[in-house]
Design a protein around this ligand. Sequence first.
Ligand SMILES: [Zn+2]
Length: 203
Amino acid sequence: MGTKSNPTGWLSASLTAFQKDVWSVPTVIARWAPHIERSGHSGKAQHYRFALSSYPLLSALIGELQSDAQIEAEIDAQLQHGDYSASDAWAAKKIRLARDRFRRDVLANFRGCCCVCRVDLEELLDAAHIRSWEEDLQNRLNPANGLSLCTLHHRAFDRKIIGFDSNRRITVRQLKSRSQVVRDQLDRYRGTPMVRPLIKVTL
Ligand SMILES: [Zn+2]
């Protein structure tokens, strides 16, 4: 049977079964990995314990074995349901792809430019979280929780040098520096409106 030729199939089937109905796991294991049945792990309770103990490993393995396209399809399906959360338990690969997706969505929401200075070079743009990744698990992937900012304005936003008022106008903290760059890149935007996003962001 195809446990070697199709390890992803077995792992995915086990994990899906575990998530939907833990008691179906023995059937899945018997179907996909009959050698486990033969190796002494018999009985429903043992299968259950096996499934339970291997759940983190299964998740991690599936994360590594799934293709980028499969993971992206999973993320897409989740977002379609309005679920913008991301879990720390996700495989590193899935978190990286989810962050990439957030970045694409946020940049697209601001038509590919910094919402402060309108720089439109993608290499210089970041997707900044309004409520941080650590702070708001439920909106980690929500484009309404993101700002498209160039590297300088992203850092300035994170360090609270710039901000946005309720009318989406840019606020700038009083700065000690008298450099021309500070005047040109920060001070001059005080009170100006941010670029209007396609979907409203939650400031
Ligand atoms: Zn900028």
